[in-house]
Structures are given as C-alpha cells and as structure tokens.
Design a protein around this ligand. Structure first.
Ligand SMILES: O=P(O)(O)OC[C@H]1O[C@H](OP(=O)(O)OP(=O)(O)O)[C@H](O)[C@@H]1O
Ligand SMILES: O=c1cc[nH]c(=O)[nH]1
Ligand SMILES: [Mg+2]
Length: 217
C-alpha cells in the first residue's frame, strides 16, 4: 500500500505542522484550525495528481481551449470533531465533492481503557466513487477502522484515500492490514514513533479535538 509522508519533503506544509505541535503556538484555536485547514488544502492538491483525467474542450469568449480535468466522483468523509477543519481544507479544493460525516469518540471505562463509539453517520452512496476519509490524528487507528466500516454500509468505493496529519507507526500498520491493499493510499504529514499508555501519539500534538474546539466534559 502506498504511504505518502509529507515530512520527508521540505515544503511550507512542515511550518504548519510545527505550529500545531508547538505548545507555545497551538493554543491559539483560530490558528490551530486554520493550519489544519491549510494542510488539508495542500494535501488535496497533491492527492489530485492521483486522479483520472480527461481532456474537455472549454469554450472561451475567443475560442476552444482543451483542458485536462479530473473525472473522479469524490466523497470527502470526515470523523468528528477534529476532522472538521481538515475537511474544510479538502472541500475548498474539491468543491464539487459530496460529503459524509461520521461521529467517533472515545468513551472511557477508566482512565486508560476506552471503547470507540460511532453514533452518527450522514453519507451519500459511495459505490464506485473515490472515498477520501479524513481525520487529523491516527493513534491506534481504531476510529478510522470503525468509521470505514460505517462508511461501507453506504456502498463500496472504487478507491480510497486515507488522509491524516499525524499518524503513529502503529496506526499505519493497522490501516495497511484493514484497508484494501490495491485501492488505498495513505497520506500523512508526519509519522510518529509511538503512542503512550493513554493511546496518545508521542510526540504528537495532544488532543486535536480539544485544541480546535475546546475541552469537553
Ligand atoms: O486512532 P485512535 O486511537 O482512534 O485516535 C484517533 C482519534 O482521536 C481523535 O478524536 P477524539 O476521539 O479525541 O474525538 P474528538 O475529535 O471529538 O476530540 C482523532 O480525531 C481521531 O478520531
Ligand atoms: O494523540 C492523540 C490521540 C487521539 N486523539 C488526539 O487528538 N490525539
Ligand atoms: Mg479529542
């Protein structure tokens, strides 16, 4: 399975990743959300190079211009809450896409143990379409796994792009095991080496949902 890790390339995207990680900067919620959105925009642009294109003859006021544009029917699917600004970044570039939203949250049994609960899904049919599942954080990969299973109740996509910002190495291995090898690409801004006993990515950035929208009770 192809894994694209943007941290291996020097680009301005790394500046935005450094700001969402940085304890001195990340508490500015507006900047935090906007940086996530900007990373989504850049990732969308790079992802678009994998799409299928055909030439359309576009009528201008002065003649006909052949332009190669994408033919994929896109569905951008996002895992609430932290996925929302990331989703907006993708949607800014793929403005013709359909959209899906899945709720997934950790329901704690004690300080360390939790189950992932999916309680909400709003999605179009996804049969034969290009499914982009976005979530900025892939720690254990369980939220992504259960959200993908929920999306499969809406059909079977032709191809899948799993987009995240910070993924643990463990989550990358997990995604490789559960998504179809021949039609999935994983995109991430960085791959971090470990997760801690609370299943948080280390060094990671902390709690993306809280940083974007505030703490929940
Ligand atoms: O790979 P996992 O171990 O499942 O962890 C990653 C999940 O954790 C975060 O969401 P969280 O559960 O904190 O919800 P929130 O966005 O509402 O804060 C993140 O956005 C992922 O969905
Ligand atoms: O490191 C992590 C793990 C789960 N959710 C987050 O927001 N961060
Ligand atoms: Mg959270």
């Amino acid at each position: 399975m192809k894994v694209v890790d943007f941290s291996k390339t020097n680009s301005i995207l790394n500046q935005y990743v450094s700001e969402i990680r940085n304890v001195e900067v990340q508490n500015d919620r507006l900047r935090f959300r906007r940086n996530i959105e900007r990373i989504g925009e850049i990732m969308a642009y790079e992802m678009s190079k994998e799409f299928t294109y055909s030439v359309k003859n576009i009528r201008t006021p002065l003649g006909i211009a052949p332009v190669s544009t994408p033919d994929n029917q896109l569905v951008i699917s996002t895992i609430l809450r932290a996925g929302l600004p990331f989703h907006q970044g993708f949607l800014s570039y793929f403005d013709g896409a359909e959209n899906a939203f899945v709720s997934a949250y950790r329901k704690y049994k004690d300080t360390l143990k939790f189950d992932i609960h999916i309680e909400y899904i709003a999605s179009p049919r996804i049969d034969d379409k290009t499914l982009i599942i976005t979530d900025p954080m892939l720690a254990t990969g369980s939220s992504m796994e259960l959200s993908y299973q929920a999306m499969l109740t809406k059909g079977h996509p032709a191809e899948i792009h799993v987009a995240s910002i910070i993924a643990s190495q463990q989550a990358i291995e997990h995604i490789k095991n559960i998504f179809p090898e021949d039609k999935t690409i994983i995109w991430c801004a960085a791959i971090d080496p470990e997760i801690n006993e609370h299943s948080y990515i280390v060094p990671g950035l902390g709690d993306a949902g809280d940083l974007a929208y505030g703490e929940k009770e």
